[in-house]
Design a protein around this ligand. Sequence first.
Ligand SMILES: C[S@@+](CC[C@H](N)C(=O)[O-])C[C@H]1O[C@@H](n2cnc3c(N)ncnc32)[C@H](O)[C@@H]1O
Length: 302
Amino acid sequence: MTDADPTRASVRPASEAWTIARVLKWAADDFRKRNNPSPRLDAELLLSHALGADRIRLVLDSERELSPVELGRYRELIQRRRSGEPIAYILGRREFYGLSFAVDRRALVPRPDTEPLVEVALERTRARSMHGAALDLCTGSGCVAVSFAKQRPTWRVTATDVAVETAELAWENARRLGVVFTLDVLVGDLFAPVAGRRFDLITANPPYIPSGEIAGLDVDVRDFEPRLALDGGADGLDLVRTVIASASSFLTPGGVLAVEIGHDQGPRTLELFEHAGFRDVALRRDYGSRDRVVSGLGPKTP
Ligand SMILES: C[S@@+](CC[C@H](N)C(=O)[O-])C[C@H]1O[C@@H](n2cnc3c(N)ncnc32)[C@H](O)[C@@H]1O
């Protein structure tokens, strides 16, 4: 590391002023050396967060010198990112399905890989009644439930999660994104909070990583995201199996079940759907062409 390091308070010659352009280059180079996959983007996002300014401002004001307070704020954010904390937790925001969700350590960071679950849910319910009922199990930040509720404002959506603090975050997102009149958030183990009820659609993105693979995950995920959101038991399919086996008892006749899975769990999950008596079972790939969502129609009679 050179003497010129904005993460250390130092005296520097006037010619080496920490302008926006210079500090950004420094942070991006530092992140690159630490194998950050998006060094320049992270440097920019953190600086705009520290300055409370849009990223375009960083270009327009590139020669502006940062004040010691601004530099101090940026320094703190850089240190957090260096420790592996996901950028979404530092910024407190993540875009999902065109909406801006509040995120923090209470819930998994919403992934683009999960957007196909929303697409499948919308496609498979397109021809259904205006007044359907949907259940989103394992809701986390509420990204799937809220995105669906925004697109289907005449439906009633129920979102559940086993962790109280996670359910609170989902509710905060429902409130911020304006769906509290059509969406409820309940706390409990899988279907327990909705005993005796039936739904036209059930979605779930349960934890599906095999327990033995958790230690080998990237630091961002392993050390910061909730273990409860990741660990799917010995083969990763503990919750997936329970959801598929129980779903028929909570679906209206011919209702839709759609479950997100790991990229190598497609064939086994298709078998589980068939075995549980689902019809018209289909596998959807994500934007990276990996197996991601299995869906099917439940029995015609309850
Ligand atoms: C993979 S995260 C998915 C979060 C969110 N749906 C998303 O797509 O970003 C799984 C979620 O399942 C919740 N969960 C884990 N075990 C559960 C259980 N037995 N019953 C209900 N929710 C559970 C976790 O708290 C976590 O929020």
